[in-house]
Design a protein around this ligand. Structure first.
Ligand SMILES: Nc1ncnc2c1ncn2[C@@H]1O[C@H](COP(=O)(O)OP(=O)(O)OP(=O)(O)O)[C@@H](O)[C@H]1O
Ligand SMILES: [Mg+2]
Length: 384
């Protein structure tokens, strides 16, 4: 049985389990199951050449992607890129026209209702607008999927108490959604998504309706659930900040295609596509506007260079070292260090007078020896 609430939340009758062990599908041939088992141990989700078209719009175009067990994978892209379509294909609200989708090693297209339900219980969904039932209390909202799944009252109460403790809402059990803040509503949404102990949590813009401080607390909660329960999370967002805070890997989607993919530190340090660079722009140090306006291509006055560098641990102190080892040879204009997954991602701009070619070469040589990416941004007359 599937119930879809007025806001689109979907609950399916299944028998939840206590742990995250994969439940075999009814009627799956033993041999296929063994192959699936191996794959399922590694990958919770596997998409192979998945496509979905709506009339003239190719919402997904040959998407291949895996989400490894225990990881937080972020998918980022602009509005209309196909992010929600991808998530809807994973929770069964949408069927792809082409390609294969596997959850824990089982292809989910073309399943019977019964088979689908057993896969469905392995996937929890967190919505941007929470999708809570306003006439029900917090505990009733969280208990709903358990009720549908046939948990008796005592087990429901015990599980709801456990879930509310997990999301830090023990004291709000009897409250109605209208009496909760946005962040608290999302905590209820997360507790409800976790009710059936899924292996995979899908989050579609789960923090987009929240202020920055609440966003941080929800991201911290998702991160702690990932660490404590080992739950795999697929997080969809248009904000790089979200990816930077909690994702292990990131995939960039554009016009239905994955255009870039990798560990978050790597994509931040060495973005390959123009779109990724644009998405990252707000998080990177920029040249002061007045200076950027003055830039020319004519070699004159001061040369301005940009530097990009990723190093582990203390290698992040490249700016301090450079200043100590090359005193007076350059001027630091603007810069910053980001710490992502034990990497220091350093970006800065510096200037050198074009008249002092020895200094210009010395600085370039020093940076190149450290495998930093150095680009000439342009020239300005006078002092930079
Ligand atoms: N049911 C539908 N019928 C027709 N077109 C659709 C449908 N669902 C999605 N689309 C189209 O497919 C494309 C991808 O939509 P999708 O909702 O996946 O984008 P998105 O990346 O989630 O965008 P946003 O960041 O704005 O939520 C869009 O051009 C959208 O208009
Ligand atoms: Mg969307």
């Amino acid at each position: 049985m599937t119930i879809i609430t007025e806001t689109g939340a979907q609950f399916t009758a299944t028998s939840p389990e206590k742990d995250n062990a994969r439940r075999p599908l009814a009627g799956t041939p033993a041999q296929t199951d063994r192959i699936a088992d191996k794959d399922a141990a590694q990958n919770v989700v596997r998409l192979h050449q998945v496509s979905r078209r709506f009339g003239e719009t190719q919402a997904l175009n040959g998407v291949s992607l895996t989400v490894k067990r225990g990881e937080i994978l972020g998918i980022i892209g602009r509005s209309g890129a196909g992010k929600s379509t991808l998530i809807r294909c994973l929770n069964g609200l949408e069927q792809p026209d082409d390609g294969v989708i596997e959850i824990e090693g089982h292809a989910i297209t073309g399943l019977s209702e019964k088979q689908w339900q057993s896969v469905r219980s392995r996937v929890g969904m967190v919505f941007q607008h929470f999708n809570l039932l306003s006439a029900k209390t917090v505990e009733q909202n969280v208990a709903l999927p358990l009720k549908i799944a046939g948990f008796d009252k005592a087990r429901r109460q015990a599980r709801v108490a456990e879930l509310l403790a997990l999301v830090g809402l023990e004291d709000k059990a009897k409250s109605y959604p209208a009496a909760l803040s946005g962040g608290q509503k999302q905590r209820v949404g997360i507790a409800r998504a976790l009710a059936a102990s899924p292996a995979l949590l899908l989050c579609d813009e789960a923090t987009s309706a929240l202020d920055p401080e609440t966003t941080r607390s929800i991201l911290a909660l998702l991160q702690s659930l990932n660490q404590k329960l080992g739950i795999t999370i697929l997080l969809i967002t248009h904000e790089m900040e979200v990816i930077k805070k909690i994702a292990h890997r990131v995939a960039v989607i554009n016009a239905g295609e994955i255009i870039e993919e990798g560990p978050v530190w790597q994509v931040f340090a060495h973005p390959q596509s123009q779109l990724t660079r644009t998405l990252l722009q707000g998080l990177l140090p920029q040249l002061p506007e007045a200076l950027a306006d003055e830039l020319t291509a004519d070699r004159q006055g001061q040369a301005i260079y940009s530097v990009q560098y990723a190093g582990q641990g203390s290698q992040g102190e490249i700016i301090t070292q450079m200043a100590a080892e090359l005193p007076g040879k350059f001027r630091l204009i603007q810069g910053g260090v980001d710490h992502i997954q034990h990497y220091a991602i350093v970006r800065f701009f510096y200037s050198v007078p074009v008249a002092d070619t020895a200094a210009e070469q010395a600085v370039l040589h020093w940076l190149q020896q450290r495998q930093a990416t150095v680009e000439l941004t342009g020239y300005v007359s006078g002092n930079a």
